[in-house]
Design a protein around this ligand. Structure first.
Ligand SMILES: [Zn+2]
Length: 335
């Protein structure tokens, strides 16, 4: 007996047509490539048996950000559609051309996460983004968008979420992050589009690009299972991870270099740095220090540069600032 599954190719994701109590693996066709063939995005639908929300989980909107791919595969191993309620729509590779080229951007070197929701009549990235939204994302009730740091940088496990909006605050507090950054929706990100269109969304930044990091993936999964418990899609008690372990920041920004050369960055991830602390040195090509970079605020290290080659303006340290006390009631409606 062959064990190979036949994967169906569909024009559009139609959740109501899919059988309950089963896992469905589909290719959804988006815009055309230069062979005249549609880009096909792999979509896995876990259709439970009872009523519940549709939770969409997208990964690799930036094609080289892969921890979310493993997170989705592990989630898939652990859920049983015959007992689960509601629906999971899992998109392990959202930016298929970027994934094929092992790069962040789409084919035309555009960042898909800065042009959402795209345009039906626009550039190649616009059209792809448009169909990604209209054919896939519009079917979600909630969205968890999985990312990592960019090439040459490393991240902690952190969230970007608008904590002032109840639904996204709830999603944020259900996760198991090291750091939460309070952020209004950035214009034209997938999260921003979703939040403005009635699909509460958060961004989960899982470590480093181009790799699988088992510990961070497992912590991400803890948060996703917690989310499924909160929505009663699976049984069990909802955990309050945030008030025990997470640091909540008001906002974050990058400290950049002024000079170019060879850079060494000192603080560790999740380290709290003081105002005035030396965080990096830029050397010239003869080994002499050209620039010493100091932190200009107290804050927690969310991400850092690990690529020694440094131009003027290189992002050096991603600092979360205005660290806040965790709120006493972290998950609205739960104690
Ligand atoms: Zn990303």
């Amino acid at each position: 007996m062959s064990n190979v599954l036949v994967i169906k190719t569909k024009e559009k994701l139609n959740l109501s047509s899919l059988k309950k109590g089963s896992i469905h693996r589909l290719h959804i066709q988006l815009s055309d490539n230069s062979l005249g063939v549609p880009w096909r995005v792999p979509v896995i639908v876990v259709k439970g048996v009872g009523k519940g929300p549709v939770i969409g989980i997208t990964a690799a909107v930036h094609g080289d950000e892969l921890n979310g791919v493993s997170t989705i595969f592990k989630l898939l191993d652990a859920v049983d559609p015959k007992t689960m309620k509601g629906t999971l729509v899992l998109v392990p590779i959202s930016n298929t051309p970027g994934y094929l080229m092992n790069q962040r951007f789409f084919l035309d070197d555009v960042d898909l996460n800065r042009i959402m929701p795209g345009k039906e009549f626009g550039s190649s990235s616009d059209i792809y983004a448009h169909f990604f939204i209209t054919k896939i994302v519009k079917s979600f009730d909630y969205l968890l968008d999985l990312h990592t740091a960019s090439h040459g940088r490393v991240n902690s496990l952190y969230l970007r979420a608008d904590l002032e909006v109840k639904e996204s605050r709830t999603l944020a507090y259900l996760q198991h992050p090291q750091i939460i950054v309070q952020k209004d929706d950035d214009e034209k990100t997938l999260r921003g589009w979703a939040n403005r269109h009635g699909i509460p969304a958060i961004t989960i930044e899982i470590g480093n690009p181009n790799t699988f990091q088992a510990t961070l993936i497992d912590e991400t999964l803890d948060g996703i299972f917690n989310t499924l418990r909160y929505f009663k899609m699976i049984p069990g008690e909802v955990q309050d991870f945030v008030s025990h372990a997470a640091t909540v920041c008001d906002h974050s920004y990058w400290i950049r270099s002024q000079k170019g050369g060879i850079i060494e960055v000192f603080p560790e991830l999740a380290e709290v740095v003081k105002n005035g602390q030396l965080i990096a040195k830029v050397y010239d090509v003869f080994g002499q220090v050209r620039e010493k970079i100091y932190s200009n605020r107290e804050g927690i290290v969310i991400g850092k540069n690990i690529r020694p080659i440094c131009d003027s303006g290189t992002r050096v340290l991603h600092l979360g600032v205005n660290i806040q006390e965790p709120l006493p009631e972290m998950i609205p409606g739960h104690h």
